[in-house]
Design a protein around this ligand. Structure first.
Ligand code: PGA
Length: 265
């Protein structure tokens, strides 16, 4: 049995702004967030603005506890790749995080787990931390294929990732049917999926490494359900889309993560 408890896993809350902010609205949002939660130290809070907002948002949150991430990264570090953005470009504007494997990129942009794996390696090579998202579609869940899909995504996306690299990775379990739909997974569904993801990691990397791994839940997290979702022992934070676009709403979700920490300490 691992001696590690959940307390070893500091909750992490990400705000994925997707394609919803211009540099002006992004700066406004970042200013509001800096006021509300800029001093939060007991939970990791990472903002994921669109590329054209990164530099300006970086300036706004500088000196606060908020961290900056990008929503995507290319698999090469430089070169003739029109329209792509490389990890060193992201770190140069203050990013320390990136999301790979988000279902919108898998489904709408055709990213396979092999592509996700290349991006993950590029992110780590470039010195970024990565949130690796996995999750099943509604059809896959109804067809009884949730576990098989999660296992495949984990195996393929984490191919050739060594155990010592895991500390730079956070997993996000995001059931596709819950993203942007207002339909959250039930705490039981999330609990089961998180436990399954952790069991796959345990087989891949050993029990201690799996117990250390932070696994976020994502999919229609709001201030109304954050207490319940983040109160689940296997859920180590949230990846938030719609609920991250208003400073007070996102601050309330971060507040739910902080409540868990204070309960446990
Ligand atoms: P949502 O998005 O909170 O709007 O459902 C979550 C995500 O895509 O990470």
């Amino acid at each position: 049995m691992s001696a590690l408890t959940r307390f070893n896993r500091r909750p992490i809350v990400g705000g994925n702004w997707k394609m919803n902010t211009t540099v002006h609205t992004g700066v406004d949002l970042a200013e509001g967030l800096t006021r509300h939660i800029g001093a939060v130290e007991d939970v990791d809070v990472v903002l994921f603005p669109p590329f054209p907002n990164l530099q300006a948002v970086s300036r706004v949150i500088e000196g606060s506890a908020l961290r900056l991430g990008a929503q995507n990264v290319f698999w090469e570090q430089e070169g003739a790749f029109t329209g792509e953005v490389a990890a060193p470009m992201l770190t140069a504007v203050g990013c320390t995080w990136v999301i790979v494997g988000h279902s919108e990129r898998r489904r709408l942009l055709g990213e396979t787990s092999e592509v996700v794996n290349r991006k993950l390696h590029a992110a780590l090579l470039g010195g970024l931390h990565a949130i690796l998202a996995v999750g099943e579609t509604r059809e896959e869940r109804h067809g009884g294929r949730t576990e098989r899909v999660l296992q495949e995504q984990l195996h393929q996306s984490l191919a050739d990732v060594a155990a010592h690299q895991l500390e730079a990775i956070v997993l996000a379990y995001e059931p596709v049917w819950a993203i942007g739909t207002g339909e959250t997974a039930t705490p039981e569904q999330a609990r089961d999926a998180h436990a399954f993801v952790r069991s796959v990691l345990s087989v891949m990397y050993g029990e201690a490494a799996a117990a250390d791994m932070r696994i976020q839940y994502g999919g229609s997290v709001t201030s109304a359900n954050a207490d319940v979702m983040l109160g689940e022992p296997g859920i180590d934070g949230a990846l938030v889309g719609g609920g991250s676009l208003r400073a007070d709403e996102f601050a309330a979700i971060v507040g739910s993560a902080r409540a868990v920490v204070s309960l446990e300490s």
